[in-house]
Design a protein around this ligand. Structure first.
Ligand SMILES: Cc1cc2nc3c(=O)[nH]c(=O)nc-3n(C[C@H](O)[C@H](O)[C@H](O)COP(=O)(O)OP(=O)(O)OC[C@H]3O[C@@H](n4cnc5c(N)ncnc54)[C@H](O)[C@@H]3O)c2cc1C
Length: 298
C-alpha cells in the first residue's frame, strides 16, 4: 500500500506501509511483495495496488524535467512537463500586476517569464503551442460546506493557490469525510450524522487554512530564506514536511514543530525588520485595488 494512502485518517498510523517506485510494473511488484508477506505468515491482510506512472517516466530520469516551481517576490511560476514534450507553464502574480497589463497577453506572459532568468533559460528553445489565458479571483472559499441534503466536496467548497499541490489531497479527504455524513444520513443515525457533520466541517476548513498560512507567505523573502536553509531543529522541518505532504488530519504530532516554525518566521521577520516592512509595503501596494496606481517593479 502506498505510504501516502496509509496516512489517510481512516487508517491507524501504526499500519506498516511502503511505496514501490519503478518506471514500470510497480503495481505488479507491490502485489507480488504482498503475496510473499502473506505466504511467509508475516501478514494476514495486505492492500496493494498501483497508479499509472508511465507518463511520468522522464521525471525519474532528470530533475530538470520534473515539476518545478520558480518563485520571486510577488509571483510564482509552475513548470509541469506533460506528454510529448509539452510543458504547462503558468504564473500566479499579484492582482495589480495583471490589472496594469499594458500589452497583449502573449507578450505580457513572455515578459513575466523573463522576470525569472532561470526559467527563461530553460524555455529558450520552447514555442507556445496555445495562446495564454488569464483569470482573476483565483482562490475562493464558501461560507458553508454543507446543508440539510448536501455536502460540498473539494473545489466545490474552496480552492487555494496550488503552489503546494494540495488540491487533490484536500478533495480526496473531503470525499472521505463527506461519505461518513452520507452514510449516517442514509442509516438515519442522527447522533452519527451530527458527529460526521462536525468532522466534515473541520476537515473542509482545516485543510485550506493550514495551507493558506504558507501560501500567503511563500514568495516573501523571509519565508524564502527559511525554505532555502532548512533546519530540523526542534522537529520544525519534519512538521513542515508533514503539512506539505498533506498529513494534517491525523494524529501525527506536528503542532509543536509547526508552532516553532511559525515563531521562527516571525523572529526572522523582526531581525530583518527593514526588509520585512519594505516587503509588507510592497505587497500592500500591489494587492490594492486602485487603478490609478502604477505597477511597482522595484
Ligand atoms: C493550474 C492548477 C494547477 C494545479 N496543480 C495541482 C497539483 O499539482 N496538485 C494538486 O493536488 N492539485 C492541483 N490543482 C488543484 C486540483 O486540480 C483541484 O483542487 C482538484 O482537481 C479538485 O478536485 P475536485 O474533484 O473538487 O474538482 P474537479 O477536479 O474540478 O472536478 C469537478 C468535475 O466536475 C465536472 N463538472 C462540473 N460541473 C458539472 C456538471 N454540472 N455536471 C457534471 N459534471 C460537472 C467538471 O467537468 C470536473 O470534471 C491545480 C489546480 C490548478 C487550477
Amino acid at each position: 500500500m502506498w505510504r501516502g494512502v496509509s496516512l489517510l485518517p481512516q487508517f491507524p498510523k501504526e499500519i506498516p506501509a511502503f511505496s514501490v517506485n519503478r518506471a514500470c510494473a510497480s503495481s505488479n511488484q507491490a502485489v507480488t511483495a504482498a503475496h510473499d508477506q502473506i505466504a511467509f505468515g508475516h501478514a494476514d491482510v495486505i492492500l496493494a495496488g498501483g497508479v499509472e506512472s508511465l507518463s511520468d517516466v522522464p521525471i525519474l530520469a532528470s530533475r530538470r524535467l520534473a515539476t518545478n516551481h520558480f518563485t520571486g517576490w510577488g509571483y510564482w511560476i509552475w513548470f509541469i512537463p506533460l506528454k510529448d514534450g509539452i510543458t504547462s507553464v503558468g504564473a500566479v502574480v499579484w492582482p495589480y500586476y495583471m490589472k496594469n497589463r499594458d500589452k497583449p497577453l502573449r507578450e505580457y506572459f513572455l515578459e513575466t517569464i523573463a522576470r525569472c532568468p532561470a526559467l527563461q533559460a530553460r524555455l529558450a528553445n520552447a514555442e507556445l503551442v496555445a495562446e495564454p489565458e488569464a483569470t482573476g479571483n483565483y482562490s475562493y472559499s464558501c461560507d458553508r460546506c454543507q446543508g440539510d441534503n448536501y455536502v460540498m466536496l473539494g473545489d466545490a467548497f474552496a480552492f487555494v493557490d496550488p503552489v503546494f499541490s494540495s488540491g487533490v489531497m484536500l478533495a480526496m479527504n473531503s470525499a472521505f469525510a463527506g461519505v461518513e455524513v452520507v452514510e449516517a444520513r442514509l442509516a438515519a443515525d442522527r447522533v452519527a450524522e451530527a458527529r460526521a457533520r462536525k468532522r466534515f466541517d473541520h476537515v473542509m476548513r482545516h485543510g485550506p487554512k493550514e495551507f493558506s498560512w504558507f501560501i500567503y507567505r511563500v514568495t516573501n523573502p523571509t519565508m524564502r530564506d527559511l525554505f532555502m536553509s532548512p533546519s530540523d531543529r526542534m522537529d520544525m522541518k519534519k512538521a513542515l514536511l508533514s503539512v506539505l505532504a498533506g498529513d494534517i488530519f491525523g494524529d501525527t504530532p506536528i503542532r509543536r514543530g509547526l508552532r516553532l516554525f511559525k515563531a521562527a518566521y516571525y523572529v526572522f521577520s523582526l531581525v530583518h525588520l527593514r526588509r520585512t516592512v519594505a516587503a509588507w509595503r510592497r505587497r500592500a501596494f500591489n494587492i490594492r485595488d486602485d487603478s490609478e496606481m502604477r505597477l511597482s517593479r522595484s
